[in-house]
Design a protein around this ligand. Structure first.
Ligand code: UDP
Length: 239
């Protein structure tokens, strides 16, 4: 293990939408391969990696509910969508020679292990990448909340939230060219300034358990590695 790494164990959160690449829907194999390559760079340095992936590229419970579907039914469909993404990511990582395990919050014995914290720990210690699928296993939650929950459970050093913006800004950088990025911001200031980092449930869970969140641009090659090397990339939200 490389002792110079800033983080020993990370929980990487990837949104489902990120997997679409330039598509409108589904999974872009090119993007998937790029992500696998980025993850491989930090895996090679001995960082223990757990991943939570969203499902928004396939299905969201709220979207279903807005078109008349039962919300709970839609949320379970959303959770299944995260398993599809998890399997796709698992395949892409294994293509590049990494060992992985998929653990799901809903039981699916023929394709994934059930989520068992102690087992996840053991896989991580052995250098396997653990993907957590099906979110928290409960409707009305998000995969951001699942990421924080699992992050706390496995004692991750940080939640790395990969997005398409490079951090937290004082206003929307996609709308306001003068928006200023924070390198660091406290949980309290995020709330005071009304900034949007994660949904409130995920955010307060992180705050209460003092688990830092680092928001960064996952689409920029090398960023994940730089973060694990301790470079000042993205925005750190901490106490
Ligand atoms: N979901 C859920 N419980 C969870 C996690 C996810 O019900 O613990 C459902 C919910 O319907 C959500 C969908 O799965 O809309 C996809 O997850 P999310 O929206 O978090 O994905 P992302 O935005 O990261 O792609």
């Amino acid at each position: 293990r490389n002792k110079d790494m800033k983080y020993k164990r990370i929980l990487l959160k990837l949104s489902g939408e990120a997997l679409m690449g330039d598509r409108q829907y589904g999974i872009d194999p090119q993007r998937l391969a790029e992500y696998a390559e980025e993850i491989k760079k930090v895996h090679a340095k001995g960082v223990e990696i757990a991943i939570v992936i969203g499902g928004g590229n396939i299905f969201r419970g709220v979207a279903g509910a807005s078109s008349g579907m039962d919300r709970v039914q839609g949320d379970y469909m959303g959770m299944l969508a995260t398993v599809i993404n998890g399997m796709a990511l698992q395949g892409a990582l294994e293509d590049k020679g990494m060992k992985t395990r998929l653990q799901t919050a809903l039981k699916m014995e023929s394709i994934a292990e059930p989520y068992i914290k102690r087992r996840a720990d053991r896989h991580l210690e052995k250098g396997r990448i653990v993907i957590f699928g099906a979110g928290t296993g409960n409707p009305y939650f998000t995969t951001d909340t699942a990421a924080v929950l699992r992050g706390i459970e496995i004692n991750a050093d940080v939640i790395l939230k990969g997005t398409r913006v490079d951090g937290v800004y004082d206003s929307d950088p996609e709308k306001n060219a003068a928006a200023v990025k924070f390198d660091y911001i406290s949980f309290d200031d995020v709330i005071k300034k009304g900034l949007n980092v994660m949904d409130t449930t995920a955010f307060t869970l992180s705050q209460e358990n003092k688990l830092p969140i680092l928001i960064f641009d996952m689409n920029k090659s090398g960023n994940l590695e730089k973060i694990c090397d301790g470079e000042n990339i993205g925005t750190v939200v901490n106490i």
